[in-house]
Design a protein around this ligand. Structure first.
Ligand code: ADE
Length: 229
């Protein structure tokens, strides 16, 4: 078992889940007038949902957690709200990609209720991790019982970068060949991620070099990388 269990989500999964979610919402008989995407994970799912439901009013609110990918999250807070948006008389659906702890969606729902006088606010996500969340969204497409980091297509590069950085920080090893780093990556995150997102692994290494966190180094005639954290 890898240290951090990761599942790769493909674009085709996302579209199928958004379609399924739209069907669940339609079947409930409740129709949103406005969708509020929770930035940034909710953007693509919310846009797809609007398409499947035929909704043209799409707004956004940004909830931020620190630190980032697959690490223990500190308190969530609203970085950008909806300002003065007038939602009087509107049914509002707050949408995210995944409900994990439940903090983001709950915070966003309460913020919309406070700021903008909507008629009703409901919540939705593509996925919900029922073993982790303290808040169940009103609508979801997929229920998962065990915690995984879901590698969505819209975070492929930034996840890869933070995954590699985590290895560099934890291993405290100065020099890395590409093979050593790939092997360590598999040990931390499993084979599937490296196989399916290898292009992003290479792009993340390039970005870490651009940012000066890795430097090309000559290891006795063989190219390797020197960490500079
Ligand atoms: N954002 C918060 N929790 C997540 C998870 N388990 N997978 C992907 N993105 C997330």
């Amino acid at each position: 078992m890898p240290r951090i269990p990761v599942k790769v989500v493909e674009w085709s999964d996302v579209v199928a889940w958004a379609k399924r979610l739209a069907e669940v919402i339609k079947a409930s008989g409740w129709r949103p007038d406005v969708v509020v995407a929770i930035a940034r994970g909710g953007y693509v799912p919310a846009r797809l949902l609007c398409d499947f439901l035929g909704i043209s009013d799409l707004l956004s609110i940004q909830v931020v957690h620190w630190p980032g990918a697959a690490q223990v999250a500190e308190k969530a807070y609203i970085k950008y709200g909806l300002g003065q948006a007038d939602l009087a008389g509107k049914n509002v659906l707050v949408m995210d990609d995944i409900v994990d702890t439940g903090d983001s969606v709950l915070l966003a729902k309460e913020a919309v209720e406070k700021c903008c006088s909507p008629k009703a606010v409901k919540t939705a996500a593509l996925q919900v991790i029922t073993s982790a969340t303290k808040f169940m969204p009103d609508y979801y497409a997929v229920e998962v019982k065990e915690w995984y980091w879901y590698q969505y297509p819209w975070t492929a590069l930034e996840d890869m970068e933070s995954f590699i950085l985590r290895i560099l920080r934890e291993e405290k090893r100065p020099l890395w060949s590409l093979d050593d780093l790939s092997a360590k990556f598999v040990e931390y995150y499993g084979e599937e991620l490296l196989e399916k997102r290898y292009t992003y692994f290479r792009l993340a290494l390039e970005r870490l070099k651009e940012n000066g966190l890795l430097k090309p180094h000559d290891c006795g005639g063989v190219q390797c990388l020197k960490q500079n954290l």
